[in-house]
Write a protein that binds this ligand. Structure first.
Ligand SMILES: [Zn+2]
Length: 475
């Protein structure tokens, strides 16, 4: 190990170095005790605490090679944050989440002080049924967001934001769930906008509105009550009410308010005032509403306040009453590709100059989502796969959408890939639609059921129950 490497180690593990007390034991045992999750739970689980003693000895002797051997086992450090993962994916995960410190810095600029001291990420096993789960100090994430190109890392921006909206200020009950999720999506998109520009922020908002429209037309068609931002859950469980409404209708409302009051320069300080006022408290929508009136009490805001139709936004059904003036440039490009595949035959498509321009992962995702409504022949689907390299993608969202197109086109040649994907992770967002649609393909229904019974014990119970329900079978 050369001097440069020693310096790098010191930079990464400053807690292990204390030059004022050279010769003394310098290991930070408080830090060590904090780390009772992965590496160190592995250490503590051993009766003889052998690794602890070896590590203590290595620190005392300044034996950096040995220290690293022990410390690098389960995690690597990214500035203020650490990624915890199984050994074979820890490097890939660290690279994938390398923007975490920047997400955190931007979030602090928008929301105010970060109170949880550490922000670490734990990559869960593939059976974890959710995308991410915000626990103070330690976000849990699915490994399916490791795409190799950071294209799905926005999940981290979302979970980081919950450090304020969800963990610091939280909804008192699930009728006011939008106070957690609507605020979180709103800030998540602001973070992404601060990093990649307004067009990108607005593109995310437009994709969200597309999902919301689909949700209103399909999932919530028969339940207008659940189309409201503030719902009545007197006879309903929050699980049954769960939808994209609190996320997207909520974030759209906040974006509307931000624009109405004059943009981030005015609205960000309000947001910090609100978060500071209710920190460590559980609140209701009325608390938020009162704070808007309290903060914007100056008469110069009277006209603006009188324009807000609170009742329509909070208690109205259907899409948001007002759609902000979003920049559509990125979504328009994706839409052009959708039109091409919808209206042309393979020969025409292959000659189109459109195929020479490349799309971002998010644009490909948007295009495939729209194409789910189109009936594809297997030949056309193969041409689509070739044009956008869909068979090689490591982006799980894109792979998921492409395999659903394969199911809808009854592409028998893709069935092994589809089953392999369904067995590669048990994230509900992916496996539920895949099993549901496979079970509606008469020739493949039995295979789907047989596969489900073979792997269901590896799923978390909640996922297995939902999949069985979706397929109309018993566990
Ligand atoms: Zn969330």
């Amino acid at each position: 190990m050369g001097i440069q490497e020693v310096l790098e180690v010191e930079e990464q593990f400053p807690e292990l170095f204390d030059h004022e007390n050279d010769g003394e034991e310098v290991f930070d045992w408080e830090l060590f005790n904090d780390c009772n999750y992965d590496a160190f739970s592995e250490v503590y689980d051993r009766q003889d605490h052998a690794d602890v003693d070896v590590l203590r000895e290595a620190v005392r002797n300044r034996d950096l090679d040995l220290m690293l051997q022990i410390l690098e086992k389960p995690y690597l450090m990214i500035k203020k944050t650490r990624v915890w993962a199984e050994r074979d994916i820890v490097k890939a995960a660290t690279e994938e989440f390398s923007e975490t410190s920047t997400f955190l810095e931007k979030a602090i600029e928008i929301c105010g002080p970060y109170v949880w001291k550490r922000y670490d990420i734990l990559v869960m096993p593939p059976s974890f049924p959710f995308g991410g789960m915000e626990n103070p100090c330690l976000t849990f994430v699915t490994p399916t967001i490791i795409a190799g190109d950071k294209s799905l890392a926005s999940v981290i921006a979302h979970e980081i934001t919950h450090s304020w909206t969800g963990n610091l200020v939280t909804n008192r009950n699930f009728e006011h769930f939008w106070l957690n999720e609507g605020f979180t999506v709103f800030v998540e998109f602001k973070i992404l906008g601060a990093m990649y520009g307004k067009e990108y922020r607005d593109f995310q908002s437009l994709l969200g509105l597309g999902e919301l429209r689909d949700c209103m037309n399909v999932q919530l068609k028969e339940t207008p009550e659940l189309q409201k931002l503030v719902v009545d859950l007197t006879d309903l469980s929050p699980d049954d009410a769960y939808s994209t409404v609190p996320y997207i209708k909520g974030s759209t409302f906040l974006r509307y308010l931000e624009d109405l009051f004059g943009g981030p320069a005015i609205f960000d300080p309000f947001l910090q005032f609100y978060l500071n006022k209710y920190k460590y408290k559980s609140i209701l929508t009325d608390d938020f509403k009162q704070t808007v009136f309290e903060y914007f009490h100056d008469t110069k805001y009277s006209d603006i306040l009188s324009k807000i139709d609170w009742d329509k936004w909070l208690h109205g059904t259907g899409m948001p009453p007002i759609i902000p003036d979003f920049d559509t440039s990125l979504v328009d490009v994706a839409q052009k590709h959708v039109e091409l595949w919808k209206s042309s035959d393979i020969q025409e498509i292959e000659k189109s100059p459109l195929l020479k321009s490349s799309l971002s992962s998010l644009q490909v995702k948007e295009m495939l989502t729209k194409l789910l409504e189109v009936k594809f022949s297997v030949d056309k689907l193969n041409a689509l796969a070739k044009a956008y390299k869909l068979s090689e993608t490591k982006n799980s969202e894109i792979r998921f959408l492409f395999l659903r197109l394969c199911i809808r086109a009854r592409n028998v040649a893709a069935i092994d890939d589809i089953i392999a994907f369904a067995n590669s992770n048990f994230r509900m967002k992916f496996v539920r639609p895949v099993y549901k649609e496979l079970s509606q393909w008469p020739e493949m229904r039995e295979r789907a059921i047989e596969n489900f019974h073979r792997v269901k014990d590896q799923m978390m119970k909640t996922c297995a129950v939902q999949v069985a329900n979706d397929m109309g079978i018993s566990m």
